[in-house]
Design a protein around this ligand. Structure first.
Ligand code: AMP
Length: 113
């Protein structure tokens, strides 16, 4: 599978996004089809397709992404919020560049569909 995705094009500046956070390791931007009043995606700059491709060397990067989720939740004034990582198409992954969804601003149901 090619590692060129819509998200790698966003990282490379070929496609615009509504950026909310950026550092040397990751980029966060508003989801184009929001499923909640706040719906932000956090993606690593490193091209990793999904959690199935994670290597041990990536474990600190993963921790950083979750830390950034908490920063974004604070900035968005969210107290109750959800993170989602879809892994594989049967789990709902449509873009094969690892990303964390940060969702908030409404009540959530469990289990997800
Ligand atoms: P997933 O289904 O977990 O792979 O999530 C992919 C997400 O990317 C979906 O929520 C889409 O709405 C979102 N998405 C796709 N293209 C863009 C884009 N160009 N800018 C922002 N979000 C996007």
């Amino acid at each position: 599978m090619s590692d060129e995705t819509i998200f790698s094009k966003i990282i490379d500046g070929e496609i615009p996004c509504e950026e909310v956070f950026s550092d040397e390791y990751c980029l966060a931007f508003k989801d184009i089809q929001p499923q909640a009043p706040v719906h932000i995606l956090i993606i690593p700059r490193k091209k990793i397709q999904s959690l199935n491709e994670i290597k041990e060397e990536d474990k600190f990067l993963l921790g950083h992404l979750v830390y950034v989720a908490s920063i974004i939740a604070k900035e968005e004034n969210l107290e109750d919020w959800r993170t989602v990582i879809n892994t594989g198409s049967k789990a709902g992954q449509t873009v094969f560049h690892l990303h964390i969804h940060v969702l908030g601003g409404r009540s959530m149901k469990w289990p997800p569909g």
